[in-house]
Design a protein around this ligand. Structure first.
Ligand code: HEM
Length: 416
């Protein structure tokens, strides 16, 4: 079958995938001059697809489902088992509305207000420090505000460990071996912690505020009218906390962009206010975070000459679509201005997935992510003076997730 489309000749590409990372799919769509190719990966035959049309078909839920798509090893580290990412149909939409209701503009505002307060509170400490590593500071700050915002009690003494655990779950996604196991242990610890709080809320010994993520997860009712069990409610609460901490990655990439492109910094200081938003979008497009997504075919169908059979695993190339030259001119240049005339397509700019978040699996946290990047970079650029000492700011496209090597070190920090 499928003689008409390119096949990667390797017997199994799992190792190549780990070596080529973010460029694994793009290297091959370029080599074959094709939006799709077949490969053997993770022990099975998969179809890799890239580009705007690929994103459209991937998010057609009459054709694809998530059940059985995410490997258990990803569920046991990054996602949590049997959580929203692996649901389909009515049950998924119902659960998704709960998440969407927690990420509305008022929620975004409350979170960014906390972020500004906490960034400002760091100034005296930073002024007295020899140097600071932005990534470490951002992880802790985001853990603190995520918990405060969600109504989750957090002792200052446990802040650092919780922050490390949240990031370790994310850091595990492209790993085999020790980094994977570190993510699993981080998840077990975090689930135990959140479960003990969730139990308190359920049995009335801890009172959560109505409208907070903690409260809404604790008392959410499924379509059958029943509450989630404590385990599931805790996993889903972690699905809100962990990704807020993960935005530390974009904050660091954004700081690198400010450092490497002086004209961008100048625009952020004295350009129009819209520039900040375009900058945040370009950070999400240009820098690597999510590499690709997986779903399984619901039925047999044909797409662009490929015969897709029921149950087949299909991978959508996020990184490659965000760097597709048919969609983005000079995709490997950092140019926030490109977003001035972006048409807002739901399928060409997919750093956090594509389609309609209320109907499919697209990330519900994009508003929060963009606002956190904007607030944090505005703080760095317009509230502070700092020096960027010599350091290794390189980031690898084969290490998933990626990050500038040094985590972005700053010194000589002064309030403006
Ligand atoms: C889903 C990326 C921030 C909550 C996703 C997906 C991606 C993604 C690629 C999967 C889309 C799909 O399966 O079709 C990111 C990135 C972020 C980020 C790169 C920035 C660091 C956030 C934030 C939140 C969040 C801040 C919440 C506060 C979620 C949830 C899902 C999700 C709950 C599952 C949605 C579903 O399965 O229906 N995200 N995200 N994310 N994200 Fe994010």
């Amino acid at each position: 079958t499928n003689r008409n489309i390119p096949h990667d000749k390797n017997l199994d590409n799992s190792l190549t995938l780990l070596q080529e990372g973010y460029l694994f799919i793009k290297n091959r769509t370029e080599k074959y001059q094709s939006d799709l190719f077949e490969a053997r990966l993770l022990g099975e035959k998969v179809l890799c697809i890239s580009g705007e049309e690929a994103a459209k078909v991937f998010y057609d839920d009459s054709l694809f489902q998530r059940k059985g798509a995410a490997p258990k090893r990803i569920q046991k580290s990054l996602f949590g088992e049997n959580a929203i990412q692996s649901m389909d149909g009515e049950a998924h939409i119902h659960r998704k509305l709960l998440f969407m209701s927690l990420m509305t503009p008022p929620h975004q505002k409350r979170l960014t207000k906390l972020a500004i307060q906490e960034w400002e509170a760091l100034i005296p400490k930073w002024e007295g420090a020899k140097h600071v590593v932005l990534f470490d500071e951002a992880k802790k700050l985001l853990t603190r505000i995520a918990c405060k915002w969600a109504g989750v009690p957090l002792k200052e003494s446990e802040l650092e460990e919780r922050a490390e655990d949240f990031y370790a779950m994310v850091d595990a996604f492209g790993a085999a071996g020790p980094r994977h196991w570190k993510g699993r242990r981080a998840r077990s610890r975090t689930e135990e912690w959140v479960k003990s709080i969730m139990e308190g809320v359920r049995n009335g010994t801890y009172s959560a505020e109505k409208g907070s993520a903690l409260y809404e997860m604790a008392f959410h009712k499924e379509l059958n009218g029943r509450q989630l069990d404590v385990q599931m409610a805790s996993v889903e609460l972690i699905n809100v906390l962990r990704p807020i901490v993960a935005t530390a990655t974009f904050i660091v990439f954004a700081a690198v962009a400010v450092h490497e492109y002086p004209e961008v910094k100048q625009q952020l200081q004295s350009g129009p206010p819209e520039y900040l938003e375009m900058f945040a979008q370009e950070v999400r497009r240009y820098y690597p975070f999510g590499p690709f997504l997986g779903a399984r075919a619901r039925k047999n169908f044909t797409w662009k000459e490929a015969e897709i059979t029921e149950g087949m695993l299909v991978l959508l190339d996020m990184y490659g679509t965000n760097h597709d030259e048919r969609l983005w001119s000079s995709p490997n240049e950092f140019r926030p201005e490109r977003f001035k005339d972006w048409d807002g397509s739901l399928f060409d700019f997919i750093p956090q997935g594509g389609g309609d978040p209320a109907k499919g699996h697209r990330c519900p946290g994009e508003g929060i992510t963009v606002e956190i990047i904007k607030t944090s970079i505005n703080f760095l650029v317009n509230f502070l003076n700092y020096n960027v000492p010599v350091q290794n700011l390189n980031f690898s496209l084969s290490r998933m997730p990626s990050l500038p090597e040094s985590g972005f070190v700053m010194d000589n920090i002064r309030k403006k």
